[in-house]
Design a protein around this ligand. Structure first.
Ligand code: COA
Length: 261
């Protein structure tokens, strides 16, 4: 697959790194970027050799500075609605990939950039990152899930403050409100992020996928529905070879060798 707007590489651990690569435009999401992103998400989902996805941005200024504002002039109400639905669908695919996804935020994480990061499993920010939903400054609202995922992650009051002022917050404040899991010095961002993913990848792959799904089901429905799904998924996980391996490894005091079966 030839890529114009993204870089993509898979390491020996099965961690795929996808880099948004338009640094001169602070990696803003134009139509071409979204199209390539959609193709790569399918590759990550379908390729069993890829076990986790790490998202980051090119350069030292931005993760993603939002949707590409130069494409807004052509919007009609209907085309803008379609665009919003397209972005929502894409980020929902990211959220339900069935593999851990980490957003490594190496600078401006604005608008669609923050909305993408919030659809990831976990977020790690460099100290220089700034996070925000500035859409109201442009006369629009967050359209790729921001009005829904931000309050779920940080609570209604802080989410509304960020969505209504449009002002970015620092990485440290993002950490304080639970919007990012860690803040690290910029030079350590990628190595720290990979170490965090490796901690997950040392565990049973099916249990990881079922856990991501159980949290998702519960947050999208009632507690009762979530508990019901959890019990069924627990039953499924208890029937895997990895469960036998995990228990045997513990009892014989050796590291587990999970196969994802
Ligand atoms: N869409 C399109 N282009 C963007 C962009 C976006 N979301 N964000 C940045 N760019 C472009 C700028 O137009 C500029 O291009 P140019 O050099 O061809 O003029 C380049 O990226 C660098 O940005 P610039 O604004 O010059 O950098 P800065 O350091 O002065 O400011 C920001 C950085 C992030 C504060 C500023 O670029 C900004 O506010 N961007 C828009 C963020 C936004 O509203 N995102 C949500 C969109 S819904």
């Amino acid at each position: 697959m030839s890529l114009e707007f993204l870089l993509f590489a898979v390491d020996d651990h099965g961690i795929a790194t996808l880099t948004f690569n338009r640094p001169a435009k602070l990696n803003a999401l134009n139509a071409g970027t979204l199209a390539e992103f959609e193709q790569l998400l399918a590759e990550v989902r379908n390729n069993p050799a890829i076990r986790a996805l790490l998202l980051t941005g090119s350069g030292d200024r931005a993760f993603v500075a939002g949707a590409d504002i130069s494409e807004f002039a052509a919007f009609t109400p209907i085309s803008a609605q379609r665009q919003s639905e397209k972005g929502q669908t894409l980020f929902r695919q990211l959220e339900t990939l069935g593999k851990p996804v980490l957003a490594a935020l190496n600078g401006f994480t604005l608008g669609g950039g923050l909305e993408m990061a919030m659809a990831c499993t976990v977020r790690v920010a460099a100290e220089n990152a700034q996070l925000g939903q500035p859409e109201v400054k442009l006369g629009i609202i967050a359209g790729y899930g921001g009005s829904q995922r931000l309050p779920r992650l940080v609570g209604k009051g802080i989410a509304l403050e960020m969505l209504l002022t449009g002002e970015p917050i620092s990485a440290q404040r993002a950490y304080a409100i639970g919007l990012v899991n860690y803040v690290v010095p910029a030079p350590e961002l990628l190595s720290f992020s990979k170490q965090l993913l490796l901690k997950m990848l040392a565990k049973a792959p099916l249990a990881l996928a079922l856990t991501i799904q159980a949290v998702d089901v519960g947050l999208n429905g009632s507690l009762a529905d979530g508990l019901q799904f959890e019990a069924a998924a627990f039953g499924l996980s208890a029937a895997t070879e990895d469960m036998k391996e995990g228990a045997a490894a513990f009892l014989t005091k050796r590291p587990a060798r999970f196969q994802g079966k």
